[in-house]
Design a protein around this ligand. Structure first.
Ligand code: ZN
Length: 132
């Protein structure tokens, strides 16, 4: 899928992490994802969620609480309609709501300097947070 619908430098990124949460390898759970994003900021968000859920670096303060992760994908790039252009990963746990927002940068394109998606005009919550 990534070779057909992604671009140079993309990995087959798991929307629900394979290593962290046992997310499926099936197409329904994978998208073309910038390799640096997949192994960097997106992995860091999964690390944070896994820690919050007690799956990693177990935190006893979180016993008995539930955690919710909502992942929103925007497919707004007309050149790559099956590749998400940006991703919002929102974790809700007893500590609060923590959003992680990512720009799925093409290897040959620049991130929007003003924090606005050039295709759908979505405005990133934190203009500094969408860096890889
Ligand atoms: Zn967009």
């Amino acid at each position: 899928m990534t070779r057909v619908f992604g671009c140079a430098g993309d990995h087959t990124g798991h929307v629900i992490g394979y290593a962290h949460f046992g997310g499926s390898n099936a197409c329904i759970n994978t998208v073309p994802m910038n390799g640096n994003l997949n192994q960097g900021a997106y992995k860091n968000a999964e690390d944070y969620a896994a820690t919050s859920a007690g799956l990693k670096n177990y935190d006893p303060k979180l016993i008995g609480f539930t955690q919710q992760v909502k992942i929103s994908l925007w497919f707004c790039d007309p050149d790559y309609p099956l590749r998400p252009m940006h991703i919002l990963y929102t974790l809700t746990d007893p500590i609060g709501v923590k959003p992680f927002e990512f720009w799925n940068t093409r290897s040959n394109s620049l991130k929007p300097k003003d924090g606005t998606c050039p295709y759908c005009k979505h405005i990133f919550m934190d203009k500094a947070a969408f860096s890889l």
